[in-house]
Design a protein around this ligand. Structure first.
Ligand code: IPE
Ligand code: IPE
Ligand code: MG
Length: 258
């Protein structure tokens, strides 16, 4: 299976169930505020919603789930919230990795990990090593991740690896192997909970042809029904990748008769 297929260089095959779902899990703070709870209580409930999502996505046959856990801009939050979020990340790794492994889930973490500290980096490395051969579903956690960071780190890695080719310039196919999620196909479906309709510097490159789905549901309330609604919406989209509807109809009828 070619994973590095690019939606702008090739036309990807599409199927009824998205292979890859990328999620901005937003609305934890508002969920907590509505209950007069501290924001961290919302983040804790948000972590529970991740378990539910993974179970339901695996049941549907989704192969890749990518979750935005902490953006490169989230350092701008109050120090106490940042520190509690990091603690939650540590405790989630400590408590959940064995369950992920039992569920045959492979864990990957993408982002600029050095600022997260040695303890988190060690937990991440151990979790990735333990689960590396699991093949039911790949869960990617984006931590201290930014779409612009990703494009720049890939560019810099290419420049370091190919100093002799700098004068030629970089082609798209050169860059994609260096992107943080080069092991995964591009997301088919992007979901953002919490009502905002923006990308917030998530997977800028990889979302080029993703179907975008926004819901007012706050992340801690995102349950099996919410996922089913998102997938249903995805199934009603026509993924043209630059072509016309008529071209799509011809391709589909040719595929049916061959
Ligand atoms: C998303 O929920 C989780 C993180 C960014 C870590 P928020 O904390 O952004 O929740 P709201 O947007 O304040 O409701
Ligand atoms: C995006 O949510 C980041 C994560 C969910 C980790 P934010 O709540 O931080 O996004 P903005 O600031 O409202 O765009
Ligand atoms: Mg938010």
């Amino acid at each position: 299976m070619a994973l590095l297929k690019s939606s702008t260089l090739d036309i990807p095959e599409t199927q009824a169930i998205p292979r890859h779902i990328a999620v901005i899990m937003d609305g934890n703070g508002r969920w907590a505020k509505a209950r007069f709870l501290p924001r961290i209580a919302g983040h804790r409930r948000g972590a529970k919603a991740v378990r539910t999502l993974l179970e339901n996505a695996a049941k549907l046959g989704v192969e890749y789930v990518t979750l935005f856990a902490f953006s490169s801009e989230n350092w701008r939050r109050p120090a106490e919230e940042v520190s509690l979020l990091m603690q939650l990340f540590v405790s989630s790794l400590e408590n959940e990795v064995s369950h992920l492994h039992d569920a045959q889930i492979r864990l990957k973490v993408i982002g600029d990990l050095a600022p997260l500290g040695v303890k988190l980096q060690t937990l991440i490395q151990d979790a990735e090593a333990l689960t590396q051969n699991n093949n039911r579903l790949t869960l990617t956690i984006a931590a201290n991740y930014g779409g612009r960071w990703d494009i720049l780190q890939a560019t810099n890695a290419w420049l370091i690896a190919h100093p002799e080719r700098v004068s030629e310039g970089i082609a798209e196919a050169d860059l994609t192997p260096y992107l943080a999620m080069a092991y995964a196909p591009e997301p088919d479906l992007f979901i953002r909970s919490g009502g905002e309709q923006r990308i917030s510097n998530f997977l800028l490159w990889q979302l080029a042809y993703a179907e975008l789905y926004f819901t007012d549901t706050l992340w801690p309330d995102f349950d099996a029904d919410a996922l089913n609604l998102a997938v249903l919406s995805y199934q009603q989209r026509e993924r043209r990748f630059g072509r016309t509807s008529e071209q799509l109809a011809t391709t589909q009828s040719a595929a049916r008769t061959s």
